[in-house]
Write a protein that binds this ligand. Sequence first.
Ligand code: ADP
Ligand code: MG
Length: 441
Amino acid sequence: MNSIGKQVLNALKGEINEIDYQRYIKQLTYDESESKSNLAVFRVPNALIANWVRTKFADKIAHLFEIKTNIKPTVSILIQASSAPTSAQNTAPLNMERPSGSLLNPSYTFQNFVVGDSNNFAFIAAKNVSEKPGVVYNPLFIYGGVGLGKTHLMQSVGNVMLSQGKTVIYTSVEQFLNDFTRHLSNRTMDRFKDKYRKCDLLLIDDIQFLSNKNQIQEEFFHTFDALRNENKQIIITSDKPPKKIGGLEERLKSRFESGLVADIQPPELETKIEIIKKKCEINRVKLDREVINYVATIIENNTREIEGILSKLNAYSQLMGVDITIEFARNVLKEQMAEKRSNITTDLIMETVAKELNIKPSEIRSKSRNSNIVYARRIAIYLSRSLTPNSMPQLAQYFGMKDHTAVSHTMKKIQELMKNDEDFRVKIEELSNKVSVATPE
Ligand code: ADP
Ligand code: MG
């Protein structure tokens, strides 16, 4: 009799294409001893396959379990320790699930963090805190959008202190709450207090989820004060500044603001490029400059996408036994872009271009010969022709040009520029991705 894990993988075989099956699913082994009814553990040989399986197949796998057992488990894809080909540092999957409590991602270090204008302030603050915990800013409150490196930064401090033998707790609001409830019902609140009030560093990720949870706010407040009175460092992250977190007690807000509040902004193109290079280095993926630039234009602000893209490129290139050229990358990632591009209109392009180049949308369609406006108009025409189904005569009419030859002339001009000027090409690609991102779903 096959294990339930094997049965599920067999069932999955019938639902996905042969290549995906051979390439990924065949590499999975079900870890029977680690699995429970609500947790299915699989092992894979490396981080890239792990990432790929997590993003593409984990949901399907969970669903197939549910069909067979009536319980939908959490699917955990872990790296096989024994067959890991490189050092722990290199194979550490960057978004791997962690057992509850304290474990930190070992690759979330200051060294692996790329500093740019967008995150410089938070980086320096975190660095200072790691050098003088409990002294400089307590708490350190880091806020910013999804995937901008908040967890990475807070865990960097954690990894520094861990290496010094300090006690570090990394937790989410949810874990803190679960822990609290469990200890409460087991009547072991002493142990709860010991755990959270006796550590050297408490990292609480995504504190915005504290919103409207009154009982746990109360408990967190006391934990916070106990730690701070002992000069133990607290680092908090959130998707918004303390003031803007709704349903949060005033006294907590003022505590959060009493140390240092540091924001992280979306990365500039150059920072994105450096982050991709760093991720390539860590994951041992080789990409040339052109491909790196291209990937940088595809990702939006969420840096998390990078790993998925790298793993996709790497897997395909291994499968086909070819190098990752720019044509190859475009092809592989085409689908990703196509999905985003289905609803683009000329109006949207005009608005996006105008906003990016700091002019009014109406100026783009005006007869102005001002060089900035002409430049913007050409780009808008080029993007409209590339990203929408409009014909050249339609575009000529829309942009107030004499006839379609004027549009054709503009297209040639821009194409030539893109061929000869890499910076310009990157800018155009970035703009076209911005348009795609602005598209209503
Ligand atoms: P957040 O917690 O803000 O949602 P994460 O810290 O989880 O974001 O970051 C998402 C991914 O992007 C992680 O793999 C992280 O290592 C990477 N990342 C984000 N910013 C940077 C950066 N400045 N340098 C290197 N990697 C980064
Ligand atoms: Mg995070």
